[in-house]
Ligand binder design. Structure first.
Ligand code: KIV
Length: 272
């Protein structure tokens, strides 16, 4: 199987991601939530697999990421970790698992690391959770930050519109990004912010910046089901679809239904 553009099969580490930023090599990241998809995504040469709390939407059909639990994130992360040989696997800490205080945050991060087999955790937020992030880092757990549109705060924002268009919010985002980098985070996801602001953060912060709906950055992340075209309903401007699996799967299932009902399947060669 082709590992597109990637001839280096060594395990991706946080250290190597930093080298990639320094060498100007782009970082490719996608979500996965199960063994079968993670195996394909890993073999195709992805650098980071995020077991995103978007599993709440994509796998469970919830409206937001808020309902997913630590147990459910650990279940998804275990399935992904079992499949992955090369990519760095990051598990989202779900809503409610780190917002109360640093002690609860580090306790839950340790549990995720012990039980899920993932390589790192991701938390949403800046200054408000910096003590928790420092405590998790002090426990030896690599942390990826997430700023801009942070879906766990959707009820506070009230909208999934582009964030940090106003100067005050943009300046806070830059301060937060610097704070996360100084604390020791190995990378930051910037979601749905103006491209000029992403460019500024990439230039002023010395850790990899991974964009989603934020224009060019040190790397990009998409939800794998979205970029494979597995749902018709979600079409934001930033999403590039690389396949139309909704149509491919619908056609295949429709053909199977027809073959079963007409008696065409199974035929003589498909019998013992
Ligand atoms: O949960 C997720 O899929 C994410 C990405 C959108 C970055 O956090």
């Amino acid at each position: 199987m082709a590992a597109y553009l990637v001839d280096d099969t060594r395990k991706v580490t946080t250290h190597r991601l930093m080298e990639m930023k320094q060498q100007g090599k782009k970082i490719a990241m996608l979500t996965s939530y199960d063994y079968s998809m993670a195996q394909i995504v890993d073999q195709a040469g992805i650098d980071i697999i995020l077991v995103g709390d978007s599993a709440s939407n994509v796998m469970a059909g919830n409206q937001t990421t808020l309902p997913i639990t630590i147990d459910q994130m650990i279940y998804h992360s275990c399935s992904v970790s079992r499949a992955v040989k090369r990519a760095l696997v990051v598990c989202d800490m779900p809503f409610g698992s780190y917002q109360v205080n640093a002690t609860e945050g580090v306790t839950n991060a340790i549990r995720i690391m012990k039980e899920s087999g993932c390589d790192a955790v991701k938390l949403e937020g800046g200054e408000e959770i910096i003590d928790t992030i420092r405590t998790i880092l002090n426990a030896g757990i690599p942390v990826m930050g997430h700023l801009g549109l942070t879906p766990q705060s959707i009820n506070k924002f009230g909208t999934y519109a582009v964030r940090a268009k106003e100067e005050a919010e943009a300046e806070k985002l830059v301060r937060d990004a610097k704070l996360l980098a100084e604390a020791g985070c190995f990378a930051i996801v910037l979601e749905k912010i103006p491209a000029a602001l992403t460019r500024r953060v990439c230039n002023e912060v010395n850790i990899p910046i991974i964009g989603i709906g934020g224009g060019p950055a040190d790397g990009q992340v998409l939800v794998v089901h979205d970029m494979l075209g597995m749902n018709k309903g979600f079409s934001p401007k930033f999403l590039r679809r690389y396949a139309d699996l909704f149509t491919t799967i619908t056609d295949a299932v429709g053909q199977y239904v027809s073959d079963v009902k007409t008696g065409d399947f199974p035929n003589a060669e498909e019998c013992y």
